[in-house]
Design a binder for this molecule. Structure first.
Ligand code: FAD
Length: 311
C-alpha cells in the first residue's frame, strides 16, 4: 500500500497545538452551513431535519444554493424565506447571473430584501446542463462582479462571493483569477467562500497570495466531508480541485462499505478542519449536502457545541 500523508498543519504550528485530544471550546470559531433546495417532499423533510439538528450550533448564517445542478429556482426562494422565519437563523440566498436578465435578477433581490433577507452569496453560476461553455444572458449580469455591483445598487446587502484556491477552471491565469476576486471585494463583497479543496496547504498558500494582492476580507474555507469518493472525485474534477492520492488510499476498498466510509469521512474532514483552525482560519463553511450527522460531529470535535450558544 502506498504511503498515506494526512493533511499537515502549516510549519508554524507546533505539535503541541495540534496534538490530540482537541475537543477544546472554540469560542472564536464561526461556522456556516450550506444546503441545496429540496426537489421532493421527502427531501424537504430531510432538509428540515438537517436544519433543526444543526441550528443549535448557532451558525453565523445558513445558505441555500441557486440553480446548482439544475434545481428549480423557486425552491431556493421558498427555502430561504422559510429559513428567514426561523428565529435563530440568519439566511443567505445564493443568486447567480445565469439565464436571467438584470431586471429579473434585480426583482429576485428586491423580493429577498422585502422578506428580510440581507445576505446574498453572489455568483456567476455554471452553464445549464448541456451548454458546455458559459455565455452571459444578453441582458444579464455577465459576471459575479457585475452582480455584486447591481446588488449594492439595490440595497446594502451583505455579500459573499466565491474564491478558488486552485484557480477557477475558466480563468486565464491564477493572477487573473485573483484580480477577479479583488474586483468582487472592491465592488462590495465582504467575505469570500472557497470552492472545495482537500489539501489544506493549498488553502494557506492561496490565503498568502490573496493577502499579497491586498484582499483583506475573510477567506472562508469551504468544507466538503467526503463519503462517496467516486462522486467527490468527479465533482472535484469538474470544479478544478485536486483529489490527493492519500485520500484515494484512505477510501480504497470501501466501495461496498458505507458505514466505514462515513467514519473515515468524519475523521479526514475533522483533521482538515483542525489544521485549518490551527493555521488561523476563524470561519468554516460546510457543504452539508443536506445531511447533518457528519457536519455535526466535526463541529463537535472542533468545540462548536450547542451549549456554546446557551441552547
Ligand atoms: C461557495 C460557492 C457557492 C456556490 N453556489 C452556487 C450556486 O448556488 N449555484 C450555482 O449555479 N453555482 C454555484 N457555485 C459555483 C459557481 O457558480 C461556479 O464556480 C462558476 O463557474 C463561477 O462562479 P463565480 O461567481 O466564481 O464567477 P466569477 O467570479 O464571475 O468568475 C468566473 C470566471 O470568469 C472569469 N472572469 C471574471 N470576469 C471576467 C471577465 N470580465 N472576462 C473574462 N473572464 C472573466 C474568472 O476568472 C473565472 O474564471 C458556487 C461556488 C462556490 C465556491
Amino acid at each position: 500500500m502506498s504511503e498515506i500523508t494526512l493533511p499537515a498543519a502549516p510549519a508554524s504550528v507546533t505539535t503541541e497545538e495540534t496534538s490530540l485530544p482537541v475537543a477544546t471550546p472554540a469560542p472564536a470559531l464561526s461556522v456556516s452551513f450550506e444546503f441545496f433546495p429540496p426537489r421532493t417532499e421527502t427531501m424537504q423533510q430531510s432538509l428540515w431535519d438537517c436544519v433543526t439538528r444543526l441550528a443549535p450550533l448557532a451558525p453565523a448564517f445558513v445558505s441555500v444554493t441557486y440553480g446548482a445542478g439544475g434545481s428549480p429556482r423557486e425552491r431556493t426562494h421558498e427555502t430561504v424565506t422559510r429559513i428567514a422565519r426561523e428565529p435563530d437563523l440568519q439566511p443567505a440566498a445564493h443568486l447567480t447571473c445565469v439565464g436571467a436578465s438584470r431586471h429579473e435578477v434585480d426583482s429576485v433581490a428586491e423580493q429577498y430584501w422585502q422578506a428580510g433577507i440581507r445576505h446574498i452569496v453572489a455568483l456567476r453560476g455554471d452553464p445549464p446542463e448541456g451548454q458546455g461553455v458559459y455565455r452571459p444572458h444578453p441582458e444579464g449580469y455577465p459576471y459575479a462582479v457585475d452582480l455584486v455591483r447591481g446588488l449594492k445598487r439595490i440595497a446594502d446587502f451583505e455579500i459573499s462571493v466565491a474564491a478558488y484556491p486552485e484557480t477557477h477552471p475558466e480563468a486565464a491565469s491564477p493572477e487573473a483569477d485573483l484580480d477577479n476576486l479583488k474586483r468582487k471585494i472592491d465592488a462590495g463583497a465582504s467575505r469570500a467562500i472557497t470552492q472545495v479543496f482537500f489539501d489544506v496547504d493549498l488553502f494557506f498558500r492561496f490565503r498568502d497570495r490573496a493577502a499579497r494582492a491586498g484582499i483583506a476580507v475573510p477567506l472562508v474555507p469551504g468544507i466538503l466531508p467526503v463519503t462517496n469518493f467516486a462522486q467527490a472525485s468527479a465533482f472535484a474534477r469538474k470544479c478544478g480541485a485536486a483529489m490527493p492520492d492519500w485520500m484515494a488510499s484512505l477510501f480504497d476498498g470501501l466501495d461496498g462499505d458505507p458505514d466505514t466510509r462515513r467514519l473515515v469521512a468524519a475523521t479526514v474532514a475533522a483533521e482538515q478542519c483542525r489544521a485549518l483552525v490551527a493555521g488561523g482560519a476563524e470561519e468554516l463553511h460546510f457543504y452539508t449536502l443536506n445531511r447533518a450527522d457528519l457536519t455535526y460531529a466535526i463541529c463537535h470535535i472542533l468545540g462548536v457545541r450547542a451549549s456554546r450558544a446557551g441552547a
